[in-house]
Design a protein around this ligand. Structure first.
Ligand code: NDP
Length: 336
């Protein structure tokens, strides 16, 4: 694979220019380009520049509102509703996350229910932002059906990612962010692009038979489907995500979402569930962090164990250029 070195500013500009050329408002282009740059900076490649062609496709097709103006209101003091106005999710987050954090700091717990949002990014930016304000955070989104529930040979669930973050007083938050599918779709597409085979247990072909060929698993290229992680247990977590990010927030589940999507290659409109909790208030103690730190210390005592989020936080310390797939950069430049 041929690569080209781009500085973080160049990555931001590449994404921003493509989004502006596709008609995005300056506010949304800047916020999405910043999310893309931070994904590349942290090494979250499947949700960085790789996503720009999809972001652009949905602006051009009109599925995503290029001039989205998300509205935020309090349903109750601890329930913040955000209608994303069919814009990209990072714009909705920029409008509602501070309100969620403020409410959680007063009442101990607060929830955001986001509707009509197009989420095409990693989820750690949301949970990490809340944890950096001293809050425990959880979020999930449902996506297009591409995962066969345990025991089925049809796509019903999205790849349904979940992210959880725990704040630390003197350290970066501990954050995990993962698809509940055996592998995120972006990684399957990257494996297909790079001609790589996948481990067994990742997916099925269109006939519902096990395969290790990413092109057969990808619903777009082979009509196949991904499996949930962890057999029936992961399948139940994927079901939970469907319910939390769908009916609980007033949105559709993945297979209903697919019916209203125009299949332009970009993300469908859907819901997001975000929960923030103040450990100081819920534990009733200022030393809420001591047992948590004891656990992290114990985990870190094992030679080959690392905490989730550590890889990204380490990558972040390097402010130098990043190697990006040359073909992808050329494709993004040609989008204008
Ligand atoms: P990974 O399997 O790469 O990683 C999952 C989590 O485990 C991460 O928090 C990662 O931390 C941690 N981790 C990975 N390897 C280790 C290890 N060896 N030891 C300890 N911890 C480890 O993530 P996925 O492929 O499942 O998901 C990738 C991204 O795709 C996520 O950001 C997700 O939000 C996104 N996604 C978004 C969708 C959307 O609709 N917007 C849909 C589906 C997925 P670390 O980051 O430090 O490596």
């Amino acid at each position: 694979m041929k690569t080209i070195d781009l500085t973080l500013d160049e990555i931001f500009s590449l994404a921003q220019t493509a989004l502006l050329n596709a008609g995005s408002s300056e506010e949304m282009a800047n916020i999405v380009a910043d999310t893309v740059m931070r994904a590349e900076r942290d090494g979250s490649h499947s949700h960085g520049l790789f996503r720009i062609p999809g972001y652009v496709a949905s602006l051009v097709s009109g599925k995503v509102n290029a001039n989205a103006d998300p509205k935020v209101e309090n349903v109750t003091p601890v329930l913040i509703r955000c209608d994303a106005d069919n814009g990209y999710a990072p714009l909705a987050h920029a409008r509602c996350l501070d309100k969620v954090a403020d409410a959680a700091k007063i009442y101990g717990i607060a929830m955001a229910q986001i509707t009509r949002s197009h989420h095409f990014a990693a989820l750690w930016p949301e949970t990490e932002a809340l944890a950096e304000k001293g809050l425990v955070a959880f979020t999930c989104v449902s996506y297009m059906p591409m995962v066969a529930p345990y025991g089925a040979k049809e796509k019903v669930y999205g790849s349904n990612p979940i992210s959880f973050a725990w704040p630390r007083k003197d350290d970066a938050p501990v954050v995990f962010d993962m698809a509940t599918a055996a592998m995120a779709m972006g990684d399957i597409q990257i494996a297909a692009r790079d001609g790589k085979e996948l481990p067994s247990g990742v997916g099925l072909n269109k006939e519902g038979e096990a395969t290790t060929d990413p092109k057969d698993i990808d619903p777009k290229t082979g009509g196949g489907m991904i499996l949930p992680f962890g057999g029936y247990k992961g399948s139940h977590i994927a079901m939970m995500v469907e319910l939390l990010a769908g009916p609980l927030v007033g949105e559709t589940v993945s297979f209903e979402t697919a019916l209203k999507d125009n299949k332009d290659g970009g993300p469908p409109a859907g819901g997001q569930f975000i929960l923030a909790m103040s450990p100081e208030i819920t534990s009733g103690s200022e030393s809420w962090d001591s047992s948590a730190d004891a656990l992290f210390g114990r985990l870190k005592s094992f030679d080959h164990l690392r905490l989730p989020g550590e890889r990204r936080h380490k990558n972040r310390l390097d402010t130098g250029p990043r190697s990006v797939n040359t073909e992808l950069v050329e494709k993004i430049r040609s989008l204008g």
